[in-house]
Design a protein around this ligand. Sequence first.
Ligand code: ADP
Ligand code: MG
Length: 346
Amino acid sequence: MRPAMVNGVEHVKQPRLGEFDIIARYFAPLATTSASLGLRDDAAILPVPAGEELVATCDTIVEGVHFLSDDPPASIGHKVLAVNLSDLAAKGAAPHAYLLSLSLREAAPDWLEGFALGLGTLQASSGIALIGGDTTATPGPVTIGITALGLVPKGKAVLRSGAKPGDRLYVSCTIGDAHLGLRLRQDPRLAEVWELTPQEAALLIERYQQPEPRSRIALLLRQWAHAAIDVSDGLVGDIEKLCMASCAGAIIDADRVPLASAARKALARDKRLFEALITGGDDYEIVAAIPEGSAATFEAGALERQVSVTAIGKIVAGDPQVTVLDREGRALKLAHKGFAHFEDSA
Ligand code: ADP
Ligand code: MG
């Protein structure tokens, strides 16, 4: 390309990136399976191995709703894939392939590079491959959707239905960190109010920006879980969804809900935060109903896979309600249970 002269200095004018340049430069390198046809055809052609079935899920993240405009682009790429991998994990499915729908206001090379890096890093560690998508310009907020496909042996997917009275309810890792991370992004002064070290605040923000999908326990869920759900809209509300699908109730011990040490510190400064921790969104942890007789094996398997799991309560017969008990055995009165779009609270 011919260099342009500006103020006597030679400048190589950056070519404007078009839709097809974006696909070829940033996304074709992520199309690591032949099913993608190199992102050079109208669609991907995907064989399904004999004896297996596809688990399909689609989650979209929107600027200002699920991520903030100035979040690092790599974390946005990570997050959009992570939230979809979390759904696959909850169904006991192995990550297989995904499609990416990207609506951007502008084609900024730095942003696209970071975004593709975040996507590619998580893709590589989870064993999933990009097979297609769509790229459009939009005047509105940046909107990024992924359709993810996983594989399970026929009939072996873990559903929300199937939990039985007496099952233990387990949750992976810790709850509420991402909610606090979002609050810190919105108001950094809260770090002082909650007396957090910069490292603790950074950890909570990272949990909001870069959730880790619990893919490592997908196989265990398939082996041992009667039912499971990905916790994305608040622990209590999402357990209630599992209860509704399973036509049963649940009792949770508030004291047993696993909290990160930074969250415990914040809670020590402001007791009212507890309700927000167990009803706030963005955890991307997994709740599983495990029959009592398999609980020890499930726990050992999770430990082996370096995913902590904590028994927080049990499934009970009765209405599909979630009761959260405090230390004295009294039911907490929760103003709302989780997040739902188009509502202030659910
Ligand atoms: P169509 O005209 O049929 O919508 P496109 O020209 O939009 O097809 O896309 C060409 C190819 O590039 C297709 O294989 C499509 O799946 C792929 N593609 C487009 N955008 C993306 C993206 N953001 N990520 C991955 N693949 C993409
Ligand atoms: Mg298209």
